[in-house]
Design a protein around this ligand. Sequence first.
Ligand code: TYD
Length: 142
Amino acid sequence: MSNIEKKSINIPHLINLPKIVDPRGNLSFLEEETHLPFKIARTFWIHDVPGGEKRGGHAYKTQQEFIIALSGSFDVVINTGKYEQRFHLNRSYYGLYVPAMIWREMDNFSTNSLALVVVDKPFNEEDYIRDFSNYNQLVNGQ
Ligand code: TYD
């Protein structure tokens, strides 16, 4: 798929990354212009999540992100107010692209899981929508 086609898909979707298979251990990598529909401004990671905990229940007004399970597994649940979709991430050679204005929550973290998130903007609390009914009102008018 070309970059132009990738950029036109503005819904959450999985993106495969290269996997260089090697008997010494496999290697994957990520290049912003090649694999992502945005340029990376920030990276953060979520680790040491206690069993049963949830993270990330919010939407971003303008931020786009790409979420990878670098280690272990977890689920990213997308909810647009119109539909809900659960993505189970459990390999480090693909991830989930999440555009702006999509409500997303992360749960079902395995022991020692490591979630890597790359984002197209520096941290800005003003970009968060943290109330689902507020989000639903903005997106769906209800
Ligand atoms: P937040 O994104 O709100 O996580 P969650 O939705 O899972 O609760 O981040 C938690 C806290 O960390 C919040 O106070 C903001 C801070 N934070 C930063 O300072 N920089 C960052 O890049 C991120 C992602 C969070």
